[in-house]
Design a protein around this ligand. Structure first.
Ligand SMILES: C[S@@+](CC[C@H](N)C(=O)[O-])C[C@H]1O[C@@H](n2cnc3c(N)ncnc32)[C@H](O)[C@@H]1O
Length: 257
């Protein structure tokens, strides 16, 4: 797929400064991404995916991770009937609510799965399958000792990129600024992605239940969109900072003062 020259909308004030990042991220000490130990753990409980054939039935595939009650997918799916919308949700209560609504609507291009997305994607999705991944308001894992559980710092991020088509995108929203800043750095500096959007979420936005709830509480919300522009790194040697230079404190790879 050709990478479209879609407009970028990046609010420079929201870009991360290297000194705001912890050393592991700033200096790219990310060899653990390639250990694949987590895959051994997941291989013991592989998620089945009998609906796999449907991936090839549609020219475009849009996956929402942790879709909750699937409000976003239920709104999007009638707009693009040639796109297959897949929502994955591991919480049973939220899944039941989503799947009841989806069953009532009976749209051929909407699939709600009660699955953990990690083994589902890692063991069942072929390379270059997905056009868009959405991650709306995931747990930010704010404690430092949990930093590798954040989606963009977990080894699973390489599976997201493997399964994304060239030119495909990942959308990430959060009520925590540090979260989208770190993600922007990780995708932009190490993972061959182009930063296309880094903005506040509009106050009248209403895409998901958490979004509506947070905005009603008056919280500021942030959104990041990155686009895949190259192959994901296959080993740590390929995981080099963009622009072939190591960033040190005080330097800024975004070119901002
Ligand atoms: C904070 S909620 C946000 C729900 C929804 N995206 C929204 O904005 O209303 C995060 C959701 O992600 C789901 N989740 C977390 N990790 C997951 C995983 N590995 N696979 C599938 N769902 C996951 C949780 O069950 C939870 O429902």
């Amino acid at each position: 797929m050709e990478i479209t020259g879609s407009a970028t909308r990046v609010n420079g004030a929201l870009l991360p400064r290297p000194e705001q990042l912890d050393e592991e991220l700033r200096h790219g000490r990310l060899a653990y991404l390639f250990t694949r130990r987590y895959l051994e753990k997941w291989s013991r409980l592989r998620e089945t995916f009998p609906e796999k054939g449907r991936l090839a039935d549609f020219p475009a595939v849009h996956v929402e991770i942790g879709c909750g009650r699937a409000k976003n997918l239920i709104n999007l799916s009638p707009q693009q009937p040639h796109t297959l919308y897949i929502g994955t949700e591991r919480d049973n209560h939220r899944f039941q609510a989503a799947s009841r609504r989806a069953e009532r609507l009976a749209r051929p291009n909407l699939l709600i799965l009660r699955r953990d997305v990690v083994p589902l994607v890692a063991f069942n999705f072929p390379d270059s399958t997905v056009d868009e991944y959405d991650l709306f308001y995931p747990d930010p894992w704010p404690r430092y000792r949990h930093r590798r559980r954040r989606w963009y710092r977990h080894p699973f991020v390489l599976e997201l990129l493997r399964t994304l088509k060239q030119g495909g995108s990942i959308r990430l929203t959060s009520d925590r600024l540090f979260y989208v800043q770190e993600a922007a750095w990780m995708f932009g500096v190490y993972l061959n992605c182009r930063l296309e959007l880094l903005e506040h979420v509009q106050v009248h936005s209403n895409r998901t239940h958490f979004e509506s709830k947070y905005l009603q509480q008056g919280r500021r919300l942030y959104e990041l969109v990155v686009r895949k522009t190259g192959d994901p790194p296959a080993d740590v040697v390929e995981l080099q900072p963009a622009r072939n230079r190591v960033c040190t404190a005080g330097e800024n790879p975004w070119g901002r003062g």
